[in-house]
Design a protein around this ligand. Sequence first.
Ligand SMILES: C[S@@+](CC[C@H](N)C(=O)[O-])C[C@H]1O[C@@H](n2cnc3c(N)ncnc32)[C@H](O)[C@@H]1O
Length: 277
Amino acid sequence: MEGITCSVKSCEKPLDQSYWDLQYQSETTGWDLGTISPPIKAYVDQLKDTTISVLIPGCGNTYEAEYLLEKGFTNITVIDIAPTLVEKLKEKFKNTTAIHIIQGDFFEHKGSYDLILEQTFFCALPPQMRQKYVWKMHQLLSKNGKKAGLLFNRSFEVSPPFGGSKTEYEQLFSEAFHFKILETSYNSVTPRAQSELFFVFKKKAEVIVQCFALSGITCSNCTKTVLQKIGEITGVINTQINSTFSNLIVMSTNEISLEQLKEVLAYEPEYSIALVD
Ligand SMILES: C[S@@+](CC[C@H](N)C(=O)[O-])C[C@H]1O[C@@H](n2cnc3c(N)ncnc32)[C@H](O)[C@@H]1O
């Protein structure tokens, strides 16, 4: 990651279920556009197959699902961690079976989707979750699955939202996804003009992405050594450790066993590693 300016600030707030639920209880939802964002609307408008399975994580008031429903899509799943919001959604969409509404943590969700839409979910997550987000998105997409939506191309003084840049996204996603589009969105809402990237990424089905929980690593110099050693394992294409040294993702052409990784890390008895599933 050398040469990359970090555009995310650290965050002391626990961005957990209570935090998000409180935002809905107190109606402090400044991110809510009140309608589907124009770039996602334009993307949905050119989709022909309305039977594809679509997931909207961190869905909020999910104007995207409402629009998909209007367009005749029949297999839409929305997930959000905030119970107050989800109760409202269940009431709002009670007369349709086309929208499956789940209250829960995206990172615990299991499934297989043809399309995952991203609208201010990535930027709401603590930056240390970004590697895990890449792994989870790859896991949840079907063989030819795509993820599409918007990512901020700017930094923020107060977070969430957490910003990012095109270079960071290239580093983060490019080994696990084919980039179909990653460019400044031409049709963002005015307050977000020129500060969002519209993207369409297709899953690299041939790449295996695994996530591991790490402990005992305390500095970035240590991560360099760890990444270098893991990078030398046959089949490994890319390795990333998050900013709190608690997650490792390994992208490879063949599955890397936990035992192999334990062996590599055995030089430092303080280090431990477990598979995240
Ligand atoms: C900034 S809001 C965006 C909501 C919606 N996508 C929109 O643009 O209006 C982030 C949303 O992600 C949800 N969220 C945060 N962490 C989550 C998690 N781990 N799993 C599922 N939802 C989560 C929050 O409850 C919140 O609704």
